[in-house]
Design a protein around this ligand. Sequence first.
Ligand code: SF4
Length: 115
Amino acid sequence: MRTRTSAAPAHSGHLPEPIGWEQRPCIDTGDELWFGPGDGADRESLKESRRRVELAKRTCAECPLALRRYCLEQALQFPADEQYGVCGGLDSHERRALINAGVRSISEIGPAAAA
Ligand code: SF4
């Protein structure tokens, strides 16, 4: 459900929200940081995209571990809803690689997941 219409990253709400979910650092950041320029906006260059994604990932790095793990868990369990943008500290390509490798839960990638 990571659509452009969401006010902030995350999330489809398939899993029960963890305590403190409303304190995630992305909650008031808007969509552009996570998804890029909206419809009708100038496309961003590759360099701008990389810079934006790194900034989003740095924001995720400031997210409490329990929230970050929940965020990534949702994305792995419900990839059709979380196809785009940065989520749980990983960009869509990184998540897709995990999913293509058969990973469906952070428990499958060890304690370092979303660390
Ligand atoms: S890990 Fe990133 S996208 Fe997920 S809730 Fe935290 S800040 Fe938001």
